[in-house]
Design a protein around this ligand. Sequence first.
Ligand code: ADP
Length: 237
Amino acid sequence: MEKGEELYSGKAKSVYKTADPDKLVLFFRNDTSAFDGEKIEQLDRKGEVNNKFNAFIMQKLAQAGIPTHFEEISSSQESVVKKLEMLPIECVVRNIAAGSICKRLGIEEGIDINPPTFEFFLKDDARHDPMINEFHIRSFGWANDEQIKEMQRLTFKVNDVLKKLFLDAGMLLVDYKLEFGDFKGQLLLGDEFTPDGCRLWDAETRKKLDKDRFRQGLGGVVEAYEEVAHRLGVKLD
Ligand code: ADP
């Protein structure tokens, strides 16, 4: 599907209209940013790896009964998706403590979180994506009750599917962020699932295989993403 006018450009992807008003093209760029855009670099091959990785995961989730916006890959760095009315909310599930929860609550990195936690964040870069709760979401109209319940249900269902998928390939799914949107009255999983928006550790050595390699200046960022893809059997050529 041909892409038309650019609708908007986020920190890692650009979004284009298509001839079909219900569909968009997501272009996965090579830019990588952290700390609300303070640290930005171009990482060769990242767009392509993430596009193919995302397609693989979205298809696995659809097979498991999770409704997603994904339609098809249309070029090495592009995929066609259904056009959603995105909810300005990020849903985060954590299986192992890492990142902001360690700073916020003084939890030691690496401990198992049992049962896994669920957090909502407001998508608002200028305010550093503050943590919010269901009452904020309802009071300020960011989503309705039904959407809140469905986001929680689907985000936990994703955990069941992906924890096993990664563990079978020798990796721990530490945590991840999902975004949802409305498509003609149905809540669908939108945006992306890539190592830019989750934490993955080698199950034996606990080596970091995700965006923390970039945030923490550990190097080998795209190489780690390629390793994750390779372990899952994602075709990158
Ligand atoms: P950010 O804007 O958070 O930096 P990206 O660079 O990934 O993130 O930009 C992608 C933008 O496209 C995000 O705002 C995301 O919510 C939006 N988006 C993702 N999937 C869809 C979709 N199916 N329909 C409409 N918008 C989408």
